[in-house]
Design a binder for this molecule. Sequence first.
Ligand code: ARG
Length: 461
Amino acid sequence: MAKAWSGRFQQDTDQRVEQFTESISFDQRLAEVDIRASKAHARMLARVKLITDEEADQIAESLDEIQKEIENGDFEMRIELEDIHMHIENALIERIGDVGRKLHTARSRNDQVSTDMRLYIRDAIGEISDLLQNLQQAFVDRAEKDGNMVVPAYTHLQRAQPVMIGHYWTAYCEKLHRDRHRLSDCFERVNISPLGTAALAGTSLPIDRVATAKSLQFERLCGNSLDVSSDRDYIIEYVFCLSMISLHLSSWAEEWILWFSTEFGFLKLPDAFTTGSSIMPQKRNPDVLELIRGKTARVVADLQQLMVLVKSLPLAYNRDLQEDKIALFDAHDTVADCLSLAAAIVESAELQTERIKSRLEDGFLDATTFMEYLIQKGVPMRTAHETVGKMVSTCEDKDCRLADLSIDELKAACDLIEEDVFEILGTENAVAALSSYGSGGTECVERQLKRWKKKISEPAR
Ligand code: ARG
């Protein structure tokens, strides 16, 4: 079969080259957007009288039929047709002959592929945003379910201060909100029409780029044809957004892996989301969480692959760019899977409340609030820090809590201490005392939760 570009060639393409240069094996998922863009292009060609209205209708009808065939799996993919764009155009020509041969007027695969990718990413952003919202909802539902639990919070994985459990879950809402915001920001730079910039220099034909942009619901036009055929910024930016989501998920997964361990024992994961060991009968492993953590490497590698791909590429289109789809699709699919599994796990896990409560007094979680008590009594911060540090050391020697010290022992350490100290000592008291905006105290967390319940359904701006 003659190739669309074979006019000036005298030899057939080497079989190995066909294999090596094809992209149909991975770009066939662009079929739907490619057809959407081609229909818009054909309508515009008719508008500017480069083809007739009847021809545009014929093209659109045939493209719809081709799309159905592809969807039903009745469409044959052949590597000698290279990519999805050639497949669709070729099928069109097979059906409607010369009329089909007009579709590629004032268009190159270079602007075509970029148009397709932008349309694809626009939809992809919508899908990932929805998944992020679901996960946020799962965290908010958890916060409702877990209610007034107090839990230790850590820095350096050492017990630091107590917070309400809802503070943990809304912390993830914040991260996921930034992820949604970043995506909507990225959308603005994705949602620009390259269609009609042709190969690299534009065209001498009287096209109407505004018309195609409008019908494809692009916000505005890419301004420079030379830039367009080399520009992959928008793909890199999207995959960066995905990488950031992955990084967030990896930290959450790591935390829950720890919480699920016998050593922590904070969390029970349902059987449906754990796996066993082929040799150790007692085991229940958090494989899904581990894979969510592990797949982050893949998404970040996809980002790196894209960045290295464009490094030092001269203007304008270079075939290297064909490889962009592999990394993009992989990152998108991986993150979509991770997000939906994460939501399922967040919904179904259970806190080991008794176990958490039984160890809540370990680790001097009230030490910082105690120090702040001294500050309020007029002790300079550094002095208060030192005083409490010494008392913690005394408690460690005596194997007791700060709240177990007698008023005389406390007064001996600092004579500004009064009976009211017992209102802030102890983990529950310490968390209740947290009152600054955004803190993990009871009332603040309630307020945060209220805010999130509303905010999740709003656009991330
Ligand atoms: N399959 C190619 C890609 O995905 C399409 C663009 C080909 N353009 C060209 N000038 N050879 O990048």
